[in-house]
Design a protein around this ligand. Structure first.
Ligand SMILES: Nc1ncnc2c1ncn2[C@@H]1O[C@H](COP(=O)(O)OP(=O)(O)OP(=O)(O)O)[C@@H](O)[C@H]1O
Length: 246
């Protein structure tokens, strides 16, 4: 358990201290990064291409054992990861994909419930190729949530989906997170997606957190003045020019 500046106990789901990662001798990708995520907190991670977002996510997921670096990482016991592609095994039916590696006599029931929660009831015996891209991502979310993760790591999970499906997936993810309350770290290129979904948006630059803003919105719609203020602030930080902002 961690303590704050006053010595009071603070609970964290994720604690990262002085994290360094590099792929070659020319320079670091992560350069002394610090980050805390509270239990149940939804953090969106944005930043220009190549600033180390996926490198951070992989470090938290423990998927970077062959990368040079040091620093302290604390994550909860149950961590689930979703990627841009669903990574469903094509030779297993949807339910078998969802419960893969899950133990216990109630595994199949838990899998069915998870599929129902993501709107895929009745598709348990389908093969992955029979699902649309959005449905495959729903199945990937079901596979993550059935493990009741305390931390959900998501690397551009909606990046390959069309605009309408993305909006539907935003609503679904918000509903699932409200129900299960995992801490979430979502990597996205989409500033609007970050503001629609997250409690906090952090911006990575040169391998450290440069901006860290809290999203306090009652209505998560673009027409909200606070939404517009955050959007402008983050796009300014990203150096996006006026032309490209619509
Ligand atoms: N396995 C690897 N081997 C060598 N270099 C790598 C490897 N993985 C990432 N890099 C480099 O590390 C830097 C950060 O990559 P990373 O994928 O973390 O960035 P990112 O912020 O997620 O980028 P993007 O937004 O384009 O997905 C890049 O310069 C990339 O080329």
């Amino acid at each position: 358990m961690a303590t704050d500046a006053r010595g009071l106990t603070t609970e964290v789901a994720v604690r990262v201290r002085d994290l360094h990662r590099s792929f070659n001798k020319d320079g670091g990708v992560l350069n002394g990064l610090d980050l805390d995520i509270a239990p149940g907190e939804f953090v969106a991670l944005i930043g220009r291409s190549g600033t180390g977002k996926s490198t951070l996510l992989r470090a938290l997921a423990g998927l970077d054992r062959d990368v040079a670096g040091h620093g302290r990482i604390t994550v909860p016991e149950q961590v689930s990861v979703v990627f841009q592609d669903s990574r469903l095994l094509p030779w297993k039916r949807v339910l078998d994909n969802v419960v893969l590696g899950l133990r216990g006599p109630d595994a199949a029931d838990r899998g069915r419930n998870a599929l129902e929660e993501v709107g895929l009831a009745g598709r348990e015996r389908a093969w992955p190729y029979q699902l649309s891209g959005g449905e495959q991502q729903r199945a990937a979310l079901a596979r993550s949530l059935v493990r009741q993760p305390q931390l959900l790591l998501a690397d551009e999970p909606f990046g390959a989906l069309d605009a309408l499906t993305r909006i539907r997936m935003h609503a679904l993810l918000r509903k699932l997170c409200a129900a299960h309350r995992p801490a979430v770290l979502l990597v996205t290129h989409d500033v609007d997606e970050a503001i629609v979904l997250a409690d906090r948006v952090i911006l990575l630059d040169a391998g450290v957190v440069r901006t860290d803003v809290r999203v306090e919105l009652t209505n998560r719609v673009r027409s909200d003045a606070e939404f517009a203020r955050l959007r402008t602030l983050l796009l300014d930080e990203l150096g996006v020019d006026e032309e490209a902002r619509r």
